[in-house]
Design a protein around this ligand. Structure first.
Ligand code: SF4
Length: 310
């Protein structure tokens, strides 16, 4: 029982006893106690609740400055420090050989360090898919964009050690949307098989991704327009070897105008990738006598990979 009630009871006892004149100090004390009781907070009966500071509620999206309690004004110290952001991976960049002087590009000497690709298989696939999407919508070469049936991006193993680069889609490729599927493509498959390889082991693309009308050669502007996509494919697949089939592929990749007959039979260096140039299968269909030269080139190519051909 609180002191005020005890005091009231005592006063009532005195009144019942006939004592109505109370000393002044006693009536003052009763009044003072009544005032203190009225001013006391409701929680005073539970002192623990009265002194406990309110806990600030901090959410990840709430800035610390918005928390109004004194506790929240202290600097926020996370118990587990945030890991430092790792520096971004150095992008794999490739430069184009811009020479158009007709001089022979550098033969492979092994002096050029081949940059190690940091791409996982999933990243290669994603990178190729992104480029393919861009190609499908590309209208950089107005004439080709207006006459193509569809774009022909590339096909094969995104993790291939070997990349074949041809010239441009022909009528069959334009119809089917895949490079090297016509007669020339069938001959290429035979050469590939004779090299103890399968088409599935290789990544195949062209200098152009749209068919030039009438199967004419790509113009320099068209090749330049499409170079970004070729570059993306080389970067994504990151092959150890590139075979350039025909002069259009060899000249555009290596930036030379040297005769294909003088380029064949040896490796060139494209940023650490070994590049072998040989005749296009379409040329072999017209000039079967050149097959033996291509076969000689294939022997050199495969021997470098440790595979001896008969
Ligand atoms: S050839 Fe290449 S750059 Fe030209 S329209 Fe086709 S995809 Fe685009």
């Amino acid at each position: 029982m609180n002191p005020q009630r005890i005091l009231r009871q005592k006063l009532e006892d005195l009144q019942r006893a006939g004592i109505t004149q109370l000393p002044r100090e006693l009536t003052d004390l009763v009044a003072e106690l009544s005032q203190q009781t009225a001013a006391a907070p409701k929680s005073a009966e539970n002192p623990a609740k009265a002194v406990a500071p309110a806990k600030p509620i901090v959410t990840t999206s709430q800035p610390a400055s918005s928390v109004k309690t004194a506790a929240a004004e202290a600097p926020v110290q996370s118990s587990t420090p945030k890991p430092e952001k790792s520096p971004p991976a150095t992008p794999v960049t490739r430069q184009f050989l811009s020479s158009s002087s007709g001089s022979m590009p550098g033969e492979f000497s092994g002096d050029t360090a081949r940059p190690c690709s940091t791409l996982s298989l999933d990243e290669r696939v994603a990178s190729l898919a992104k480029a393919a999407e861009q190609v499908a919508a590309c209208v950089r070469c107005q004439e080709l964009a207006e006459t193509r049936t569809q774009t022909v991006f590339g096909v094969g193993n995104p993790d291939a050690d070997i990349m074949y680069i041809g010239e441009a889609p022909g009528a069959d490729e334009d119809r089917q949307g895949e490079p090297f599927v016509g007669r020339a493509g069938q001959l290429l498959d035979k050469i590939t098989e004779a090299c103890k390889l399968t088409r599935e082991e290789i990544y195949i693309c062209n200098i152009l991704r749209c068919r030039p009308p009438g199967n004419r050669n790509p113009t320099p502007d068209e090749a330049a327009n499409c170079r970004e996509y070729l570059d993306a494919q080389i970067e994504a697949v990151d092959p150890e070897y590139i075979v350039c089939w025909g002069s259009v592929a060899a000249h555009n990749l290596l930036g030379t105008k040297a005769a294909i007959g003088k380029m064949r039979g040896k490796f060139f260096d494209y940023k650490g990738i070994k590049v072998l140039c040989t005749y296009h299968p379409s040329y072999l269909l017209r000039s079967p006598g050149a097959k033996k030269d291509v076969w000689a080139d294939m022997k050199i190519f495969r021997a470098d990979m440790g595979v001896l051909l008969d």
